[in-house]
Design a protein around this ligand. Structure first.
Ligand SMILES: Nc1ncnc2c1ncn2[C@@H]1O[C@H](COP(=O)(O)OP(=O)(O)OP(=O)(O)O)[C@@H](O)[C@H]1O
Ligand SMILES: [Mg+2]
Length: 371
């Protein structure tokens, strides 16, 4: 549905040197997919979207939508933005304050350069999209008299009225408070599934990305550093950057004691003794590795309490130096040797000062080769 190949758009910094932008991104979207570009501020997410929309002319690369070439730096193809049939919701959503809700949503149809729409057609299409976003009862209201969440939904409705083949969403929920964001996130996913529209979603919020995406491309400094399903990205991060960016995590250092084949469990020497680790990729003996252990995969119990022994479980001794109540969970900070380890559990199994044993499965101790 959307094919982006070796997209490059580098800005010039104010001192004349090469600046930020996108430095070579490639990805392909299936029809009906919700695909997310996730990464820290300035990594090139908006630049990528603007290039796809035709608001920005790339330096090099190729962009095709539904098999039709929109941009090709080699052959010189560059389809104008209004001929790309794309719906877009911008980072700072803008509804037109001098128009009613209805007129805001109708605007793209009125200015459409293609086929002219009759008033009846416009009425039908607009009311259908307003109903989709739950604003049909507000059609006659001046747009500024909507709440933040309603304005957000209106911006979405406006992007959908022309039934675009591709929807581009640049941090569409960033202006909303935390609770409304979570609510709208579910709404948005439902809308996207109901309309079947293919969408590129941009966010720097990892929780949002994990919750709504079919696939995620994690970006850093103008490049895609990992592309996969939310679960893969979370449980098998390809690098320390991805591991740190996607959720809270523990990172330990170690040295591989013998060769490890891909998808096997092998021992790694650390300053706290040997730990059994899962190697998503093959690695050679003596190589340095970083171990990723998610806080919720670690069990904590007071020393001397009964436990089952499992040969594929790692054990560390330590003591609790901090306990934070998070409502639905408790987070502990445990001093184990020279390391401070974060543990998250559902119930308060220990208290500050307690001597504890931490256990975590080898399969949840993911080893990454370090460079
Ligand atoms: N018009 C411009 N001129 C010069 N540099 C620019 C321009 N637009 C963006 N940049 C730079 O390009 C890089 C990528 O910008 P971009 O807007 O794509 O980031 P982003 O990932 O969308 O970030 P955010 O999450 O903050 O919106 C940044 O370093 C930015 O400063
Ligand atoms: Mg941006």
């Amino acid at each position: 549905m959307l094919h982006v190949e070796n997209l490059k758009k580098q800005y010039t910094a104010f001192d004349g040197r090469p600046g930020g932008g996108v430095l070579g991104a490639s990805f392909t979207l299936r029809e009906g997919e919700l695909f997310t570009l996730l990464g820290p501020s300035g990594c090139g997410k908006t630049t990528t979207l603007r290039a796809v929309a035709g608001l920005e002319t790339p330096d090099t690369g190729r962009i095709a939508i539904g098999g039709q070439e929109m941009f090709n730096s080699q052959s010189g193809v560059n389809v104008a933005l209004y001929d790309r049939n794309i719906g877009m919701v911008f980072q700072s959503y803008a509804i037109w304050p001098h128009m009613t809700v209805f007129e805001n949503a109708a605007y793209p149809l009125r200015v459409s350069r293609g086929r002219k729409h009759s008033e009846r057609e416009i009425e039908t299409k607009v009311m259908r999209t307003l109903e989709l976003v739950g604003l049909n009862a507000y059609a006659k209201r001046p747009a500024p008299q909507l709440s933040g969440g309603q304005q957000q939904r209106l911006a979405l409705a406006r992007a959908l009225t022309r039934e675009p083949r591709l929807l581009l969403l640049d941090e569409p929920l960033s202006n909303l408070d935390a609770q409304l964001r979570e609510q709208m996130r579910v709404e948005l996913k439902r809308l996207q599934q109901e309309t079947g529209v293919t969408a590129v979603y941009v966010t720097h919020d990892q929780a949002e990305a994990l919750a709504i995406s079919d696939r995620i491309a994690v970006m850093n400094e103008g490049r895609i550093v990992q592309l996969g399903m939310p679960k893969e990205i979370y449980s098998r991060p390809a690098s320390e950057f991805v591991a740190n960016f996607i959720g809270r995590t523990n990172l330990l250092r170690g040295t591989l004691t013998r060769n490890a084949a891909a998808e096997t469990i092998s021992p790694v020497a650390t300053d706290m003794g040997e730990l059994l680790c899962l190697f998503p990729n093959a690695a050679a003996a003596q190589s340095k590795v970083a171990l990723v252990i998610r806080p919720e995969h670690i069990a904590i119990r007071k020393v001397n309490s009964v436990e089952e022994r499992d040969p594929n479980t790692n054990r560390l001794a330590g003591h609790v130096i901090r306990e934070i109540y998070l409502g639905e969970m408790v987070e502990y900070l445990v001093q184990a040797g020279a390391n401070e380890i974060i543990v998250r559990t559902l119930s308060g199994a220990a208290a500050k000062g307690d001597a504890v044993t931490l256990t975590f499965a080898a399969e949840h101790t993911v080893a990454l080769a370090t460079v």
